[in-house]
Design a protein around this ligand. Structure first.
Ligand code: HEC
Ligand code: HEC
Length: 299
């Protein structure tokens, strides 16, 4: 009977510790999910001419909006499992269950470029640390397009992070978008000429930061699915990077999702960049040639 009593105390103690741990994870992750202050406010001009709408559609496709929020922008469930939780990309249209009608242009800007949701809560999944760099003009074209798409009724569950996601948040393995944006070193760049030049390429390369890092040296993707391979080194480094690559190799990687040896790239590398124009891919290539060769960080 003594043994049983001791076992009871030990298990009771362990159980209590577990409860304390779980409570800690929930309180700590909740504090990171609380509403945050917005950096700035500015209105975005909405246009209706066909050139702006076409430019906006091109942005919605290449920047991945239609990849996660669906071809009609009606949203969808990105991930649903007990560990990571239910991750939902909201319906962006003005149909039933859509947030399109609720958002002012200022709230749209805040969600896209600052990673803050309409209710003030920090976003977790959508790569606003890349979109932080979107110019006012691109943002204006993008929103003009989004507001022009037909409303679709699609009611979705709320996003709710599961215990593993909360643990990753608590220990800093996953960071909220506003936290990631605060760590960005480069300033927003509004002055460049669109065309085949490294300045435009630099602007487009901001779409690669969330995975390939700001210096393009690649490495483990913070906040990514743990099963993903590291992001490739895109600097001209001879052994690790694209030092030995030709422009055609780069075009093939983006358009066909294949590396130089014909290997199919992991789906973590978005295929949406395959819709960049020839001009955009060439500008990106020129930029990636112009930056210093940097070794990837060892893990
Ligand atoms: C990798 C997938 C992904 C991509 C790419 C993406 N989103 Fe999202 N988006 C999400 C998810 C998931 C949410 C839910 C909030 C979160 O991330 O925690 C969201 C939330 C939003 C919200 C709502 C914020 C709120 O008020 O709650 C807006 C607006 C939005 N996305 C617009 C866009 C636009 C515009 C683009 C393209 C520039 C885009 N998204 C690209 C996944 C994505
Ligand atoms: C969501 C994460 C993510 C984003 C965003 C992303 N990449 Fe990648 N990329 C990856 C991963 C992961 C790999 C490695 C894939 C593999 O090894 O199979 C990769 C591989 C590549 C490769 C192949 C390199 C090689 O050695 O074969 C190129 C080229 C590339 N990315 C270019 C880009 C460019 C340019 C951008 C921005 C316009 C970009 N990527 C944005 C995740 C990403």
């Amino acid at each position: 009977m003594r043994i049983l009593k001791w076992l009871g105390i030990v298990f009771g103690g362990l159980f209590l510790l577990l409860i304390v741990f779980i409570t800690f994870i929930y309180i700590s992750s909740n504090s990171k999910l609380n509403a945050v202050e917005s950096e700035e406010k500015f209105p975005v001009e909405i246009k209706t001419d066909s050139l702006s709408l076409a430019a906006g559609e091109h942005l919605a496709i290449t920047r991945g909006c239609t990849d996660c929020h669906g071809p009609q922008l009606a949203g969808g469930i990105i991930m649903d499992n007990p560990a990571m939780g239910t991750i939902v990309a909201p319906n962006l249209t003005e149909g039933k269950g859509g947030i399109g009608g609720k958002l002012t242009t200022e709230l749209w800007e805040r969600a896209i470029r600052q990673g803050i949701g309409f209710d003030g809560r920090p976003l977790l999944i959508m790569p606003s640390d890349d979109y932080y760099y979107m110019t006012k003009n691109d943002l204006s074209n993008l929103l003009s397009y989004i507001k022009s798409v037909p409303p679709v009724d699609n009611e979705l569950p709320e996003l709710s992070p599961g215990p593993v996601m909360r643990m990753l948040l608590t220990f800093g393995e996953v960071e909220t978008m506003p936290a990631r944006i605060r760590q960005l070193k480069h300033k927003r760049q509004e002055e460049f000429v669109e065309g085949v030049n490294p300045g435009f390429g630099r602007y487009l390369s901001t779409n690669c930061i969330s995975c390939h890092r700001q210096d393009m040296s690649g490495g483990k993707i913070k906040g990514g699915d743990p099963s993903w391979p590291p992001a490739a080194n895109l600097t001209p480094h001879m052994e690790q990077g694209l030092g030995g690559w030709q422009k055609a190799d780069f075009v093939k990687a983006l358009r066909e999702g294949k590396s130089t040896n014909g290997r199919e790239l992991h789906p973590a590398m978005p295929r949406t960049f395959g819709y960049f124009t020839d001009e955009e891919i060439e500008a990106l290539w020129l930029y990636l040639r112009s930056i210093p060769a940097i070794e990837s960080e060892k893990e």
